[in-house]
Design a protein around this ligand. Structure first.
Ligand code: NAI
Ligand code: BUO
Length: 259
């Protein structure tokens, strides 16, 4: 198994893409530290990881708080006996026309999507250095990190920022054997898209379900993405086959954005 005996920490692991990644990395052989703000959801995913025969631990944290991110990594090392891979997956969406967005809304999404990812990168790199080891840092970007999307402008800005952080961190840490990459999904049928669709309905008057349907119809491969699709790429980025890739934000969207 590609990452047997490794310890992976996944943020936003309580549901959706984070849950899918946690289960895939467990199948690949890793012990998993599951981090989220939702304690009950974490316990349910931990039970699923253990049912796969892997160790799981949970840590309730808000990733926008730097100290909590450092504490989660320290706890992973203590409870699971190491620390090799971080997946900075947690993030929030925001549907708002640029003309209406408020300073408070900008601040909130920047603190979670940008600063939260930065604290994960920073804390993981420090821990790898302290442990004198190589490591893998993997961040959640998006198609919205390659193209700016209408009504998702600030969200897109946060994902462009994640791509910039991924490139800069890759350059800063390459000499220490740490790789930094990001995955860029398209339209994944998770709770996040239920919220996005609902907000589009409120703002534009489109019937509920219509926006999601319209976006899915635009996918060349003809279906919505699943958390398992995303987890396949993350599995590759977490394992040794991707050791010569760094600084990349890789599209996995079924054919929406072409680079
Ligand atoms: N769903 C989609 O179509 C796409 C999602 N993404 C990105 O993938 C990542 C995961 O998305 P989904 O699973 O769809 O979202 P989701 O909303 O279904 O799940 C997100 C999870 O993150 C947790 N979370 C949110 N804020 C947090 C915080 N401050 N601290 C700790 N945990 C927090 C939530 O409690 C939740 O369990 C996000 O970064 C998102 O931007 C990227 C492209 C497409
Ligand atoms: C949620 C998200 O990243 C998109 C582009 O749908």
């Amino acid at each position: 198994m590609a990452i047997e005996n490794k310890v992976a920490l996944v943020t936003g692991a309580g549901q959706g893409i984070g849950r899918g990644i946690a289960l895939r990395l467990a199948k690949d052989g890793a012990a998993i530290m599951l981090v989220d703000m939702k304690a009950e959801a974490l316990d349910a995913v931990a039970a699923e990881v253990r049912a796969l025969g892997r160790k799981a631990a949970t840590f309730v944290a808000d990733i926008s708080d730097r100290e909590q991110v450092y504490a989660a990594i320290a706890q992973a090392e203590r409870e699971l006996g190491g620390f090799d891979i971080i997946v900075n997956n947690a993030g929030i969406a925001q549907v708002q026309p640029l003309s209406d967005v408020t300073p408070q809304e900008v601040d909130r999404i920047m603190r979670i999507n940008v600063q939260g990812t930065l604290w994960g990168i920073q804390a993981a790199a420090k821990k790898f250095e302290e442990r004198k080891q190589k490591g893998k840092i993997i961040n959640a970007c998006s198609i919205a990190g390659h193209d700016g999307f209408a009504m998702l402008g600030i969200y897109s800005a946060t994902k462009f920022a994640v791509r910039a952080l991924t490139q800069a961190a890759a350059k800063e840490y390459a000499s220490r054997g740490i790789t930094v990459n990001a995955y860029c999904p398209g339209i994944v049928g998770t709770g996040m898209w239920t919220e996005i669709d609902q907000r589009f309905a409120e703002i534009t008057g489109a019937p509920v379900g219509e926006t999601y349907k319209k976006y899915v119809e635009g996918i060349a491969l003809g279906r919505a993405e699943t958390p398992d699709d995303v987890a396949s790429l993350v599995s590759y980025l977490a394992g040794p086959d991707s050791d010569y890739i760094t600084g990349q934000s890789i599209l996995i969207d079924g054919g929406i954005v072409y680079r």
